[in-house]
Design a binder for this molecule. Structure first.
Ligand SMILES: Nc1ncnc2c1ncn2[C@@H]1O[C@H](COP(=O)(O)OP(=O)(O)O)[C@@H](O)[C@H]1O
Ligand SMILES: [Mg+2]
Length: 329
């Protein structure tokens, strides 16, 4: 449905995104996660046909965004970072206006209006002036204008920014409700948002993609393995060797003793849940088992890890270069 191929965008000398490639399948909700300045808005603007990339290509709903931007715009609903709402218009007048620009059949406008207002919780606001609406309601109008022409694809740039906690929940529910018959790509710098709404996540940092995966895989709750955390008492020194007898156990690491108990981390591989086997082994060995649980890494931890790894690499590169330069002198 959406295919980005080696997208690079430069603003003058500044490279905002570099060699960004990914795909979004039909009906999927993809989250674009990254800190401020990572390049989320830039990528979304390119996909929405708002401006061209410096390099690379994007195909949306089967059309090249540079060659056929109008065909793309017809099929895409775009919620920009700051939706261009006409403050002096009423909600109804504005949505009718957008509908006419987007080529919604005149006879269908009335029913589309009712439908998007119902979907975005704007039933009561039709006659109100946009400038009198709260931030949250303005954001709903932004969503409603993105939906008015029944687009197959939605590109939502930070859809929950500036909303209060209740509105955030409502907008997330709305987005989840759109999945399936719409293909959605949304950006956010809020980590829990992607676990709650997205099937797949792209983590972007300083203009480059650093990870693409499901929220489950990123946080280690995956089918390919798990991390177990045990709290054990007694002589745990041999536990390493004992647990490694299981082919499903990849590694065992013992923590420092605390109140005669020790934390033991066991990394397993494969889909099988081996917690009962591990528990049995620990007890059979005469040790005391106080706790055994699956440890999940938070998305925050993954994110910090991924974005600092990159920084370290960069620093190392710089150091290497510096050394060379010194050597040359
Ligand atoms: N119009 C512009 N002119 C120059 N630099 C820009 C412009 N828009 C964005 N940038 C820069 O490009 C980078 C990516 O910005 P942006 O795509 O807005 O990131 P995000 O949406 O992830 O916060 C940032 O370093 C930003 O300062
Ligand atoms: Mg942005």
């Amino acid at each position: 449905m959406i295919r980005a191929e080696h997208l690079t965008k430069r603003y003058g000398w500044h490279t905002a995104i570099e060699d960004v490639s990914f795909q979004v399948e039909k009906g999927e909700v993809l989250g674009f996660l990254g800190p401020n300045g990572a390049g989320k808005t830039t990528t979304m603007r390119i996909l929405a046909g708002f401006f061209p990339a410096s390099e690379g290509r994007a195909v949306v709903a089967g059309f090249d965004v540079f060659e056929q931007p109008l065909e793309v715009k017809r099929r895409v609903g775009y919620l920009p970072e700051n939706p261009p709402l006409y403050e002096a218009m009423t909600v109804d007048a504005y949505l009718r206006f957008v509908a006419s620009i987007k080529g919604v059949n005149r006879a269908a406008v009335g029913s589309r209006l009712l439908e998007v207002k119902a979907r975005c919780g704007l039933e009561e606001e039709g006659q109100r002036l946009i400038k009198h609406l709260s931030k949250g309601y303005k954001q709903r109008v932004g969503l409603a204008q993105a939906l008015i022409h029944k687009p197959e694809i939605l590109i939502l740039d930070e859809p929950t920014i500036g909303l209060d906690p209740r509105q955030i929940i409502e907008v997330r529910e709305l987005i989840k409700g759109l999945a399936g018959d719409h293909t959605v790509i949304l950006s956010t710098h809020i980590l829990p948002e992607v676990s709650m709404t997205c099937q797949r996540v792209i983590i972007i940092n300083k203009g480059k993609i650093v990870a693409v995966d499901t929220p489950e895989n990123l946080t280690g709750q995956s089918a390919s393995g798990a991390m177990l955390e045990l709290e054990v008492g007694g002589a745990v020194e041999n536990l390493d060797a004992l647990l490694r007898e299981f082919p499903q156990v990849r590694s065992v690491s013992l923590g420092e003793p605390q109140n005669a108990h020790r934390t033991v981390l066991v990394e397993t591989e494969g889909e099988e849940d081996v917690r009962h086997l591990i528990a049995q082994k620990v007890i059979e060995s005469g040790l005391e088992l106080y706790q055994l649980k699956k440890k999940s890494v938070s998305l925050e931890e993954v994110f910090v890890q991924l974005t600092t790894e990159e920084e370290k690499e960069e620093e190392e590169e710089k150091e290497e270069k510096g050394e060379k330069e010194e050597g040359e002198e």
